[in-house]
Design a protein around this ligand. Sequence first.
Ligand code: NAP
Length: 245
Amino acid sequence: MSDRGDALVAGASGGIGAALVAGFLADPRIERVFAVSRSQAPPVALASRPGLVWICCDYNEASMQQVRDQIQALHPTLLRVALCHGVLHGDQLAPEKRLEDIDAVSLQTVFTANAIVPVLWLKVLRKLLSHARHCKVAVLSARVGSIGDNHLGGWYAYRASKAALNMLLKTAAIEYSRRSANVKLLSFHPGTTDTPLSKPFQSSVAADKLFTPDFVASQLIALMTAADIDGQLTFIDWNGQSIDW
Ligand SMILES: NC(=O)c1ccc[n+]([C@@H]2O[C@H](COP(=O)([O-])OP(=O)(O)OC[C@H]3O[C@@H](n4cnc5c(N)ncnc54)[C@H](OP(=O)(O)O)[C@@H]3O)[C@@H](O)[C@H]2O)c1
């Protein structure tokens, strides 16, 4: 049996998602990378790379099931999964500075992308991830989702969606440990990374604290490789340090 296996990256056209796709494609342990995105085609830098399987999805549950079926038909052994969805701002969306800024539609938009879509992947993919090999699943979270670490306030929707994500992941980790014990779940804070998500908020970040997506991807790939299969959810940052819940 080959030691090699496959990786899946969802949210593959984002800054960190695309860097993870490139990182997994360069990893000799990885044979194919299934890259799932709302975009029809990969970014130019990834196009025509051997081993890349690009799949378009609008992230409603039925589409996610179709993606799962499409991947399943290719008989994968998924060793790595990275869920990179995240929304912080947009045309009709800005992080709230005070209670008066809270808007129900914005809350729903942010919760859907940041918490609901990732846990639906854990639902839809569970059987596909259950196999004889170890499988490491990283979900992109954020330190601002830590309740204990919230000293500044603000950013209601983003903070709360990431806290909700962490609870959903913790609960899923308990169930996976019973039903799919070969799987390890990680909730990952990348640090401030130079992507469209952080662009409007980078002016106050010191140059040496603003990471490139490639650096963050290489850190996460190494942390996934090192993670033990222990049935627990680990909440860690780019440097492997634990984060308070
Ligand atoms: N950049 C930072 O400083 C920073 C800091 C802390 C945490 N994070 C987290 O890191 C993750 C990746 O973010 P990024 O910095 O790479 O941002 P990004 O470049 O803006 O990428 C955002 C990603 O979210 C997906 N997405 C966007 N809208 C969505 C929606 N409505 N429903 C589902 N998915 C949606 C996109 O997937 P498609 O491929 O489908 O377009 C894309 O992969 C996020 O979870 C973010 O919260 C980032």
